[in-house]
Design a protein around this ligand. Structure first.
Ligand SMILES: [Zn+2]
Length: 340
């Protein structure tokens, strides 16, 4: 099969012909029809993210059709259309048993980091990682749902508990996950204040429902939030960029009893006045989404309540083009590899 191999951290993606994997007991083989490409993969590629074993076929946003099932698999059948939940969890620990599988105590790692992922024509994974999709969802929409849409669902619903009339600040709002977070917060009835770094990106956020926008390079985020909320601050800030600077701004922009959720992965520290927590603010993080939330959000997308935003499509062998765009910070929304 055709695949793009990553031989070492930060190295080029190499086009190669490799054997089609054979599904072992409890596994299934998926013919990949679409794979999403975003910033998480750029971090994984540079080994800034979760540990990666090399050589590796990266790619964790995957959708396609089941073509073979291994022994013992009865929950899936050939021909079934599925997307992939990309955490390889144990299903036995406390967290797996209470529906918070991404906190698994025995996590093996992720699809595309410790096992091969979606930058290939086929992928073999444990059957539990494949979640069936309805006919209304095309493969590209399903692939993007597998991270860029299900992650902000977990953020807004389970971490931030967004309510109607909340003011929600979204930092990194024009990115692949952020632009779906904008739509999600609107779906929950909030007023959305979108932060990004260019006028083109801010116009893009407005196009997908942002009520107000802030240029994080040209404007002071905390001052603008204060102006837009008459000094109240935002009930929720979701930070999809996640640098010490954006986190500090996001926390300082919170209202009394507001919630800050970090989703991005830029490491670092900043000074923090702990007395502000006496205003009952909540500072937390987000780790992907549960299997049940993924089943929910598939129905949300199938009903057209959130639109998958893919602005760039490439063939498998041209995926470097997407990483160039990501490194220039010019990609709007998500990109996807089309295998048709
Ligand atoms: Zn577990």
């Amino acid at each position: 099969m055709r695949a793009m191999l990553l031989d070492e951290p930060g190295g080029p993606l190499r086009s190669a012909e490799v054997d089609i994997p054979s599904p072992g007991p409890g596994e299934a083989l998926l013919k990949v029809r679409s794979a999403g490409v975003g910033l998480t993969l750029a971090h994984i590629r540079e080994a800034r993210g979760p540990r990666v074993k090399f050589p590796r076929i990266i790619g964790h946003e995957i959708a396609g059709g089941i073509v073979e099932v291994g022994s013992g698999v009865t929950a899936l059948s050939k021909g079934e259309r599925c997307l992939v939940h990309f955490y390889l969890n144990c299903w036995n620990c406390k967290w797996c048993r209470i529906g918070r599988e991404t906190l698994c105590s025995n996590l093996r790692g992720n699809v595309g980091t410790v096992v091969d992922g979606g930058f290939a024509e086929y992928v073999a994974l444990p059957y539990q990682n494949f979640i069936p999709i309805p006919d209304e969802l095309d493969y590209e929409a399903a692939a993007v749902t597998a991270d860029a849409i299900c992650t902000p669902w977990h953020v807004m619903k389970s971490r931030a508990h967004v309510k109607p009339m909340d003011d929600v600040l979204i930092i990194g709002a024009a990115g692949g996950v952020g632009i779906h977070a904008v739509q999600m917060a609107k779906l929950f009835g909030a007023r959305v204040i979108a932060v990004d770094i260019s006028e083109e990106k801010l116009a893009f956020c407005r196009q997908y429902g942002a009520d107000e926008v802030i240029n994080g390079r040209a404007q002071d985020i905390v001052e603008e939030v204060s102006r837009l909320t008459d000094g109240k601050g935002v009930e929720v800030c979701a930070d999809f960029f996640g640098s010490p600077q954006t986190a500090e701004a996001g926390i300082n922009a919170l209202s009394t009893a507001g919630t800050f959720v970090i989703v991005g992965v830029e490491p670092g520290t900043f000074p923090f006045n702990i007395s502000r927590l006496l205003r009952e603010q909540v500072i937390t993080g987000n780790r992907y989404c549960s299997y049940e939330e993924m089943r929910e959000v598939i129905r949300v997308v199938a009903r057209g309540l959130v639109k998958p935003v893919v602005t760039k499509r490439v063939a498998l062998e041209d995926v470097e083009e997407v990483f160039d765009t990501l490194s220039r910070q010019t990609l709007l929304g998500r990109a996807a590899i089309s295998f048709d």
